[in-house]
Design a protein around this ligand. Structure first.
Ligand code: GRF
Length: 226
């Protein structure tokens, strides 16, 4: 059932929801504020996979916990990363493969992680490709965020790719995950200008700030629609 979520806190940016169930009449990028004791009609359980800094992971947790959305586990394939520090601080159980795991044991660890019940698996800077046999059973239940306006600039270093290509506009995309890289159905996009002479670090910071708004907003709407 579709939830009735109000929009408030307008933010700068241009947003577009592509998925028919996520259509938003407002052209502004907004994040809904949870009313006290907010809860979606059915409780939702979210799993997260990440490999690095985890800034999106933390933004998701802060924005969505007030809606009663439960973050039931983080899978991290690397050791000594900031995302696991964040998970500890946020009191979210961490699963890791044995150190220096090759592909086989790594995939076994991922498969075991996904045995727990969940409504959505959120990829937040997970730097490995999930193989088809892992992705296929969860069609429509895995989302990813990518720092370009897909289908432009898939793959690594997407922000730099856009700059190198002389693009004037770049942005971010939240999409469903399939067995191909950065290829699944687009759920939402937000765009921002590439400023002339702007250091890449500044552009990256603006991209990330936009990600921290768009990802929680899209995940909330996607979970609320079921
Ligand atoms: C983000 O730029 C995201 O778009 C990409 O990986 C990066 C992860 O950053 N998929 P963080 O770990 O969330 O800080």
């Amino acid at each position: 059932m579709k939830e009735n979520v109000s929009t408030s806190i307008p933010l700068h940016g241009e947003i577009h929801f592509n998925h028919p169930t996520l259509l938003d009449p407002s052209p502004a990028l907004c994040m809904e504020t949870a009313p006290p004791s907010a809860q979606l009609l059915t409780p939702k359980r979210v799993l997260v996979m990440g490999s690095g800094s985890g800034s999106n992971f933390e933004a998701l947790v802060h924005a969505l916990r007030p809606w009663g959305i439960q973050f039931v586990g983080l899978f991290c394939d690397r050791y000594g990363t900031k995302i696991t520090e964040r998970a500890k601080r946020l009191d979210i159980p961490i699963t890791q493969p044995p150190p220096r795991s090759k592909k086989g044991p790594l995939n076994e660890a991922v498969t075991a992680f996904l045995q727990q019940p969940f409504d959505l698996l959120v990829l937040a800077g997970y730097m490995r490709i999930l193989p088809e046999h892992i992705v296929a059973p969860y069609e429509g239940k895995i989302v990813n965020i990518h720092p370009s306006l897909l289908p432009d600039f898939p793959g690594l270093n997407a922000i730099q790719q856009a700059v190198d290509a002389g693009a004037h506009i770049t942005g971010i995309t939240v999409h469903l995950v399939n067995e191909k890289v950065d290829d699944g159905e687009i759920l939402s996009q937000a765009r921002l200008p590439i400023l002339s002479g702007e250091p890449i670090e500044d552009l990256e910071a603006r991209v990330h700030a936009l990600e921290h708004k768009l990802y929680p907003q899209t995940v909330l709407r996607y979970l609320a629609r079921t």
